[in-house]
Design a protein around this ligand. Sequence first.
Ligand code: SF4
Length: 499
Amino acid sequence: MKVLLTTLNSKYVHSNLALKYLYMAGRKHCGQLEIQEFTINNSRDYIFNELVMGGFDAVCFSVYIWNIEKTLQLAADLKKACPRTVILFGGPEVSYDCRAFMEQNPFVDFLIAGEGEDSFAKWCRALEGAGSFQDVEGLLFRKGDTVFAGPAPCPVDFSGLTQPYQEFPCEEDKVIYYEASRGCPFRCSYCISSLDRKVRELPRERVKADLDRFLHNTVKQVKFLDRTFNWDRGRSLELFRYLIERDNHVTNFHFEICGDLLDEETLELLGTARKGLFQFEIGIQSTNPRALAAVDRSGDTKKLRKNVRRLVEMGNSHIHTDLIAGLPFEDYASFRQSFNDVYELGADNLQLGFLKLLKGTKIRREAKRYGYVYMEKAPYQVISNMFISAEELCGLKRIEEVLDLYHNRGGFSSALSWATKQMARTPFDFYEAFADDYYAGGFQHKSHKKEDLYRILYQFGCRRGAGEKMKALLEADMEKTMNFDAVKKFKRKGWSIIL
Ligand code: SF4
């Protein structure tokens, strides 16, 4: 049988690690197994043609919130074009409410819920006639109009899986995703990783061997998918030290960590890393204790903020912090406070996210209790709840847009540092006023070159009686981030913006 493993990534630089693991698990059991990855930005016709003309006996789609709707349309059309092609879905987006999903989408022949490697290998055998579908854990399948289910899904022996990069080449133009552990010890009620509480790790020596391979190939970035990389202090310390000692001066490593689990020894060690060697993503989500308790996020928020500030002050790692709007008990005023508390930590990136009520999560089951109204389809984002209105959340979306364009994109540090202190009472108030002005000017209707972003902020400064000061600071920022000729060209064109 000729079987395709495929997905629609959200960006070209992303690559799907799950498909590689499935390939390693299934290849011995399948006549011809292939992988082809697309992105959500590829045209529907291009993907459809590839799927139809590939002549596959089976097409297996890995789905998540960013690709489910487009994938469903493609799969439905593929079934019309090639009725004999078997269609299988798997991935987090179909691992819950599985039966309803099968009933709503009659063109899907099979669904694998939960971790897929073992089930996929068995499914390949059954497809080749060497086993029975009803023995495959986590599998749902059709017989006529009826949906049947195999035994309940069970966790795979993670350390027994073959590491895909032992065979797959390290693609130079892509981020390399890597898992040194699966599962998370925490239980944040909005997160599907909280449903897999038993952390399963690869042995340290094996992780080191994998890291050596990436270092040897001088890949640009390795992104660890481990849900909380530093939950085991001794292990993370050893691996951080290993990477510092073997630094090839090219590869950068990205980790999601829990900020309040960092201890003095780890912080001191991290302070010795080459600038740019590490990136840390640290979820803060809110500084409102009631909101955090409501979503089962325990932890020492004081220590967390202290550690983030310390990492920022060290200045050698890229620090990314996250906030989530729409948590229970977090009204607009409370979110303003959370924003200000986190903004003042000075991280390189502050991502303002919006709560998603994902299938299978506790918060989705509690939706009524907190009056949640949320999108019916993926990404199931909050529209309102009993604490914050839809209009207020839309207002925060505007703030998110200018925050991303200016603070997160970089290049405005002098101007923003001054403006967030001098043009408003707090950073949040500045971004709120600027976002209102940005939208009133109609700037949201198109994307802007960076030089126009300077002009837009300058004009906001002018309307607030601070044009000259803003101009001087923006010129200083431009000189820091743009080359000499670009600055000269900018000055020749002037500060007016024509939409
Ligand atoms: S949000 Fe992070 S810490 Fe919380 S359960 Fe999910 S992965 Fe774990």
